[in-house]
Design a protein around this ligand. Structure first.
Ligand code: NI
Length: 137
């Protein structure tokens, strides 16, 4: 089994807050991400897929095909968008990096399998200091 990773970047706006909490509590829990008038992050996304090496090509799968899946299913929907308002698969969900990683997994699991490999992990960096990684369970 060999693991290969595609790295992509996107920029998006969001806000983390609960309407049933006071502004003070939202600020305490979510910090700068609770800013009422939105804010943005330059996200980095790593998607790792795994499979056996095809003896004909030497590839697990063609990473340009993985890139195309990420473009169609994720980047075209997220890049320069508002995660809370513009993205169909994030509607009604908190736009934390944890939730985003899980929802991205759900969007790409089947298209990745159609490439003859399987999804291993979705990793997202929201800030220089914070990353989240999801392995499907
Ligand atoms: Ni934020």
């Amino acid at each position: 089994m060999v693991y290969i990773t595609r790295k992509e970047t996107f920029s998006a706006a969001h806000k983390l807050s609960r309407q049933d909490w006071s502004d003070q509590k939202n600020q305490e829990v979510f910090g700068k991400c609770s800013n009422p008038n939105w804010h943005g992050h330059n996200y980095v996304l790593w998607v790792t897929v795994k499979g056996e090496v095809n003896p004909e090509t030497g590839f697990v799968t063609n990473l340009s095909d993985v890139s195309q899946v990420l473009k169609s299913y994720i980047l075209d929907k997220l890049d320069h968008k508002n995660l809370d308002m513009d993205v169909d698969f994030m509607k009604g969900r908190y736009s934390s990096t944890e939730v985003l990683a899980v929802e991205i997994w759900k969007q790409i699991e089947k298209p990745i399998m159609a490439l003859g490999c399987s999804l291993h992990s979705v990793k997202i960096q929201e800030t220089e200091k914070n990353t989240v990684e999801y392995f499907g369970s």
